[in-house]
Design a protein around this ligand. Structure first.
Ligand SMILES: Nc1ncnc2c1ncn2[C@@H]1O[C@H](COP(=O)(O)OP(=O)(O)O)[C@@H](O)[C@H]1O
Ligand SMILES: [Mg+2]
Length: 399
């Protein structure tokens, strides 16, 4: 059973502490979304899993560690393959798009090459030698089959159709493509390659709606693990079964998709707020008690009361204070995130009103329709919605 575990990862980049305590467990078939503000360390975590970014331990770790050194461990099943979709991929000059896609078959190509060489040798071998070569050849054919050597064309054409990579596009120079096109091609290569652990950093940024939907389906049925960093909550909602949020350099994991994460987070905040309020009440009561006891102690000149006041004060000082949940921060970030389906904020309307003569069609309506959001006006009169859309499309708030 394929598994991946991150335990208490603390990671510095140069002198900057990027994350302090990140833990995550992923099993075969899991689809995990990593969310967090910009700079919270999402890409860093993917690169650590991919082995692109090394952990930098203090000599003698874990017995010893020191300020400025990384801590924690990454465990994954032996032999598990990983692949990371980087945000600006580069390949040697002169490669065509199809060549880059074919790099997914490096291993299969190696096996095939070995088979061809063996075939040559077997022509002249005899007896025991031939027997040995035949056995090896049989192993190689089996490996070739297991690695999908026979489904090569099928795999390529499936991904090319899904990501809309046309025949003519396949012949273009990879080096001369736009950043977005490059990312899409490399995404295609990774999907053809099918590693055990697929690590995707903002995979939907450069895809159109149809390709995003195709990718959602592809990833949902992916046999291995998929770990995705994305600001696209619709995409996450459709694909992931688990969310890891990085906040204040620490991770918290939630079961379910993005909506369920938001729901659980709100619930946790509500509970924390209740606890916070209860504790505040308790603190107030204790503070009052201290004042009263001191007051009585003075008036009655009684040291016993002073001692009691001091004892309550000590309890107060020792108390672990529950933080007030920061609602504003979350709301703020959600807004940012919603707007971050970048460039795709298709229709935004605020305070829209429409009148014909004295007849008010609608008044002060706000709406935000995102790219890819399939919105049908829900009002009772279609006419009303139709006016609304017309105004929105013309980009004016009519009076
Ligand atoms: N090579 C590097 N050297 C120094 N700091 C880096 C390097 N790479 C990333 N960082 C810092 O690490 C933090 C996390 O970056 P990153 O993992 O890319 O965040 P995210 O993907 O969540 O936006 C950022 O503050 C970034 O400036
Ligand atoms: Mg990033």
């Amino acid at each position: 059973m394929l598994e991946l575990k991150l335990n208490g990862i603390k990671k510095y980049m140069e002198a900057t502490l990027v994350v302090e305590d990140v833990s995550l467990e992923v099993y075969e078939g899991d689809k995990v979304g990593i969310v967090g503000t910009n700079g919270s360390g999402k890409s860093t975590i993917l690169k650590l899993i991919a082995g692109i970014e090394p952990m930098n331990y203090y000599p003698g770790y874990p017995q010893t560690s020191s300020y400025g050194y990384d801590e924690g461990h990454i465990h994954m099943s032996r032999g598990a393959t990983t692949a990371y979709l980087e945000q600006s991929p580069a390949y040697p000059k002169g490669l065509k798009v199809i060549d880059v896609l074919n790099l997914a078959f490096e291993e299969v190509d190696g096996i095939e090459q070995e088979m061809r060489e063996l075939e040559e040798q077997m022509r002249v071998l005899q007896g025991m030698e031939l027997e040995k070569a035949l056995n090896k050849y049989s192993d190689l054919t089996q490996l070739f089959e297991v690695k999908g050597g026979y489904e090569r064309d099928e795999k390529v054409s499936k991904v090319c159709t899904g990501l809309k990579l046309s025949e003519s596009f396949l012949k273009r120079d990879f080096d001369l493509l736009s950043g977005g096109e490059k990312t899409t091609v490399v995404l295609g290569k990774l999907l053809i390659h099918r590693p055990d652990i697929l690590l995707l950093d903002e995979p939907t940024n450069h895809l159109d709606m149809e390709s995003i939907e195709w990718l959602e389906g592809y990833l949902k049925n992916y046999k291995g693990m998929v770990i995705i960093v994305s600001h696209d909550r619709y995409f996450l909602d459709n694909v992931v079964t688990k969310i890891m949020e990085i906040e204040d350099k620490r991770s918290i994991s939630y079961k379910g998709n993005y909506s369920s994460f938001i729901h659980q987070k709100e619930e946790n905040m509500r509970i924390q707020f209740e606890h916070f309020r209860e504790q505040q009440k308790k603190i107030n009561r204790m503070e009052k008690t201290v004042l009263n006891l001191r007051d009585w102690a003075m008036r009655a000149d009684n040291t016993k009361f002073f001692k009691r006041a001091a004892s309550v004060q000590k309890k107060l000082d020792k108390m672990d204070h529950i933080d007030k949940p920061v609602f504003e921060r979350r709301n703020m970030r959600l807004d940012v995130r919603a707007a971050e389906r970048s460039g795709n904020e298709t229709i935004k309307a605020a305070g829209l009103s429409k009148r014909y003569g004295n007849k008010r069609i609608f008044d002060n309506t706000d709406a935000m329709i995102h790219f890819g959001e399939r919105v049908g006006p829900a009002g009772s009169e279609w006419k009303r919605e139709n006016h609304f859309l017309k105004n929105a499309c013309r980009g004016r708030a009519a009076g």
